[in-house]
Design a protein around this ligand. Sequence first.
Ligand SMILES: Cc1cc2nc3c(=O)[nH]c(=O)nc-3n(C[C@H](O)[C@H](O)[C@H](O)COP(=O)(O)OP(=O)(O)OC[C@H]3O[C@@H](n4cnc5c(N)ncnc54)[C@H](O)[C@@H]3O)c2cc1C
Length: 468
Amino acid sequence: MNFNKVYDVIIVGGGSSGLYAASLLARQAKAFFPSVLILEKSRHCGTKLLMSGGGQCNLTHSGSIKEFLTHYGCAGNSLRSILYTHNNLAVRSHFETLGVKTTQREDGKVFPLSMSAKEVRSALLSSIKKAGFEIKTESAAVRILNVSSARLLDSFSKIQSKSITDHALSKNSGSEDTVYEILTESSATYHCRNLIIACGGCSYPQTGSDGSIFSVLKQLNLEITELSPALVPIHVQDYPYSTLSGISFQKAELRILSKYSPENWSIQNKKKVPEKRFYGPLLFTHNSLSGPLILDVSRYLHAGDRIALSYLPGVENAALSKELRRAAQGSTKNIETLLCDISKELGASFPKRFAELLTASFPKLSGRKASSLSGTALSMLAKRITDDEFCISSLSSYQTAMCTSGGVSLSEIDLKTMEAKKYPRLFIIGECLDVDGDTGGYNLQFAFSSAAAAVKTLIQKSFYCPVP
Ligand SMILES: Cc1cc2nc3c(=O)[nH]c(=O)nc-3n(C[C@H](O)[C@H](O)[C@H](O)COP(=O)(O)OP(=O)(O)OC[C@H]3O[C@@H](n4cnc5c(N)ncnc54)[C@H](O)[C@@H]3O)c2cc1C
């Protein structure tokens, strides 16, 4: 092993943000940083990137960047600088320079034109390899130390006889001559002047992002906020729609009726609910509520919370009840057909099976002529459609979560540069920060924007403080 080598940059984590940072370094700053090393825990880089967007990779969203800020819960405003500086156009432009043409769907989601996450990963990897940067897989970082350059030079001559624990971990004491030392699971040690931590969160742990980095970062005295699965389907008590698995609604409404324990909530998970009504596509699965509406709101929900769904958003209960009575009067249709027709008029188009399940859940309503139903029965149906109440029994686990809520506290980071306040030239980017975006390309955009901010800072610093 080469104990004398001090890399210009080490990137810990070869996922979406780490590969993007390396590809930017390759394109913009190879002259300043010729020796770059990626340490990746798993056997392959970018495994989660490959899975993203169902293998199609929803790179970003085409909406105005101003509107982006609303897609990161309470963190949104603090991300303004990062997202504005390297925005969705910059991401598309960088991929175009790597040879990946992008396309925008009607719903605003941006994908590679090939609709292939594989192409995205290959383009990033080939730019990195072309620059001569090194990648070491199966190299999980298990310890990070900051040592002064002088001390490092001294220790190079003695290190083989010294235990790693002899290096003091200096808390809050980083200085510009700091060299970072990374110890991997296989007991290899690497040194660098600039360190980028890009290890992701805890979701889909089989991809390598298993949250193990957080204990390493805690040793650096960095605050980690409470971690929980985000962008997850939710399980509710007495779930009635298992036979409707696969049925979706283009636009539904979710209201949070009550939190199980507001006090506990605020301690456990400091995220405040920014609004009470949420809108978006809804999906019934065989055992849970899912779809972008549910996934995006899941960051605010806990077991015990009560929610209500409306399958006709914008239509109030009383108005629907009145409309049902009017339409039922003298109608020759059965109630299911009437429900489907009215929902179509109101822009929702209920599938027949959904209407059938609704009526079957009340005694003696199935298949009845609409005109024969009482006003009370029609009101009950209206309530079920606009106010379908549920008590949450649990949220899905990290195994199915698309993102992690919580991570390195944003208070630890300069949010213009992504540099840790306590450690100069140590950058933290991507999902291992306490940032979780909505579905629709917002998480990859944050991974890329934060990577770009770190690289920009590195380049600026290299002008003012050239690497010897
Ligand atoms: C199924 C699925 C689909 C998704 N689809 C989309 C989508 O279409 N659009 C979108 O915007 N977002 C999507 N996301 C979210 C998005 O993929 C992530 O937010 C994004 O990949 C985070 O990038 P990252 O670099 O921070 O972490 P990751 O991409 O998870 O990369 C982290 C890397 O660090 C490595 N690592 C972890 N610990 C260590 C360690 N100690 N030492 C060394 N290496 C380590 C991991 O092995 C991993 O390779 C999806 C997520 C999932 C799970």
